[in-house]
Design a protein around this ligand. Structure first.
Ligand SMILES: [Ca+2]
Ligand SMILES: [Ca+2]
Length: 619
């Protein structure tokens, strides 16, 4: 991002001027680019700016409150050739300054081998790069960064995991049946330790970004990220990047030197967000509650960006486009989605899809009802404001699936919660674009949440991998990693055993896993691979039947294949009344267990309590 800037023609003196986006491309739909130029005293010393490059036109020079910034609105016309654009800053008392700005060619592979989008055909693996595997111990800390602590014995410290560690385990993920990697943010978090959740800790989680345009060098930097995405694509894996539009870390360079006062949402005194979604949906909400939800800060060390400010909005949109094109990522998961300005959210989604029609974007919408979940994405409601987000992280289904696994069956309880939650899919424009999951870095781990009961684990995995949507598995679930967020979320973010040089046990290897861990790994892997080959699960329709005494049966089907998922959450063994299901069973009399390959006749089938099976019907 550092452009060397020559003074006059002598080239005798250099100084750093930073320009964002750090480069752009010709042939982009986003061709009106706003360059943010950052250099001490720039505004007062520059009289005007000239650009002479065929096809590139300076539309407007914007001066803002801070003397350290200029914003240049430029237009890049359709047939502009790639090259170095020389930008001339004419100064009042000095020789002109020249800045080189590169226009590259947009990749012709977009939508073919990169920027592919992530769909219900995929299976996502969420990992925290600091906690998955340390592939390069030389980058564990840097003396020139604000936080140099790196101690694996301290759950609040950085542990040294990195992108090389991910590259080293692409085969492991392929073997597990994963098709897509989603990592918590990789962008630089050059933060001092913070007092998050009552303990001094590093921002190893990545959500306190201090420079969007740099991948944290403790993870390996931009070059290694590019290599990691390319290697993933070569292996047939996709990559989702985690976006944070709502806030940045308080040590972000544009917070330490703000372009203008309303760059962030300012309050007379520190005001936290209420973390509440309802004021944004509620027709009776006060403006007071709405403002606190959206403009209150997430934490005191994460300033809340004011996306109503067009310069902020442009910065964020252009970074999102830049990173998609630069790295070729296939999708975005957007953190803290509804905490950002709604108009901005629609604008950034629109801009991304214009340049990358196949790109997938889903938002973290941590809410408790289907109504609110659907409100923040494309929905079937007639409401004054329509969000355009493709899909959400499906929290209502998560809560329902846990109730289905853990609660006794009742009129509205237990597995009826899964049934009734899915029945409300009528609210979503396309529920298949929701990301469905049991856990993530902010939640109690799945295996602990089902009481370390392996029968429930298998039932949950069956649902996760066969219901509608884009399933996500949190790293370690496949080897039964457990824990509640107790005493805090570090307990659900433990290192993957074997990811570090010298680890006593390596659970990436089947021979070092326990029998039970292998049972779990093999179960997930078997079903994940079957899923990849199943058109009914990945593209077909869903039909569910009213649960009876805790027996829940649903089908995934298309013209080629019918899959039946049968789960007994009741207290007694049951022989299903197959007549109820003839609409989907047709004349089938046999079915194949997709895990064991065993072929069974329907008429003698009995299912015991806590059993769950995925069957392919045999015609
Ligand atoms: Ca490392
Ligand atoms: Ca906000």
């Amino acid at each position: 991002m550092i452009c060397f800037l020559w003074i006059g023609k002598s080239y005798s003196q250099t100084e750093n001027v930073k320009v964002y986006p750090t480069n752009w491309w010709v042939g982009m739909k986003w061709s009106h680019v706003q360059l943010m130029v950052h250099s001490p005293g720039l505004k007062s010393t520059v009289q005007d700016v000239e650009i002479r490059y065929p096809g590139v036109q300076l539309i407007k020079l914007n001066r803002v409150e801070s003397s350290n910034y200029l914003f240049l609105d430029i237009n890049i016309s359709a047939h502009t050739k790639p090259g170095i654009v020389k930008i001339k800053f004419n100064r009042i008392h000095d020789q002109p300054l020249w800045v080189n700005y590169e226009l590259k060619s947009k990749s012709k592979e977009d939508g073919k081998t990169r920027v592919l989008g992530v769909t219900s055909k995929d299976l996502v693996y969420l990992l925290m790069p600091d906690r998955f595997s340390n592939g390069d111990t030389t980058n564990d800390f840097y003396a020139d960064m604000r936080d140099t602590d790196h101690n694996r014995k301290n759950p609040y410290d950085r542990h040294g995991g990195d992108l090389q560690g991910v590259i080293n385990h692409l085969d492991y993920l392929k073997n597990l049946g994963i098709t897509t990697i989603w990592m918590t943010p990789v962008n630089e978090n050059d933060m001092a330790r913070t007092n998050e959740g009552g303990a001094s800790r590093s921002t190893y989680h990545g959500y306190a970004i201090t420079d969007q345009y740099n991948v944290d060098k403790r993870f390996g930097g931009n070059a290694l990220y590019k290599k990691m995405v390319d290697a993933s694509h070569t292996s047939g894996l996709k990559v989702i990047q985690d976006a944070v539009y709502n806030h940045v870390g308080i040590n972000h360079w544009f917070i330490r030197d703000m372009p203008m006062k309303d760059w962030v949402n300012q309050w007379p005194q520190y005001t936290n967000t209420s973390y509440r979604d309802n004021p944004l949906v509620d027709p009776y909400a006060s403006n007071y509650d709405k403002e606190i939800s959206v403009n209150g800060w997430f934490t005191p060390f994460m300033p809340d960006l004011n996306q109503r400010n067009p310069y902020v909005s442009n910065f964020l949109i252009q970074y999102a486009i830049w990173a998609t094109e630069e790295f070729g990522i296939d999708g975005w998961r957007v953190d803290t989605y509804f905490y950002s300005d709604s108009l901005f959210l629609n604008r950034i989604n629109d801009a991304l899809i214009k340049d990358f029609p196949k790109l997938t974007v889903f938002g973290e919408v941590w809410v408790h009802t289907v109504m609110n979940s659907a409100y923040f994405c494309q929905n079937n409601f007639n409401v004054p404001f329509k969000h355009n987000l493709q899909g959400v992280t499906d929290f209502p289904l998560l809560f329902a699936m846990f109730d289905g696994l853990n609660q006794p069956f009742g009129w509205t309880e237990g597995v009826n919660r899964v049934y009734t939650t899915l029945a409300q899919d009528i609210a979503y424009k396309d529920p298949n674009r929701n990301c469905i999951f049991f856990d993530n870095h902010d939640l109690d781990r799945f295996y602990s949440m089902v009481g370390e009961d392996f029968a429930k684990y298998k039932m949950g995995i069956n649902w996760l991998l066969t219901l509608r949507g884009i399933p996500e598995i949190y790293y370690g679930t496949e080897i039964l990693m457990k824990n509640f967020k107790s005493p805090n979320d570090a307990a659900v973010r433990e290192d993957f055993p074997g990811g570090w040089p010298g680890d006593k046990i390596n659970k990436f290897l089947s021979e070092e896993r326990t029998e039970k861990e292998n049972d779990a790994f093999n179960y997930v892997s078997k079903l994940a691979h079957f899923r990849q080959s199943s058109s009914a699960i990945t593209e077909g329709r869903l039909m569910q039947y009213l649960p009876i005494n805790g027996l829940y049966i649903y089908f995934r089907y298309d013209s080629k294949q019918t899959i039946m998922v049968i789960s007994n959450t009741g207290k007694d063994s049951m022989k299903p009344e197959w007549n109820h299901y003839s609409e989907r069973l047709k004349r089938c009399t046999q079915m194949r267990n997709v895990i064991t390959n065993e072929i069974l006749p329907l008429n003698s089938f009995e299912i015991r309590p806590k059993e769950s099976f995925v069957f392919e019907l045999i015609k």
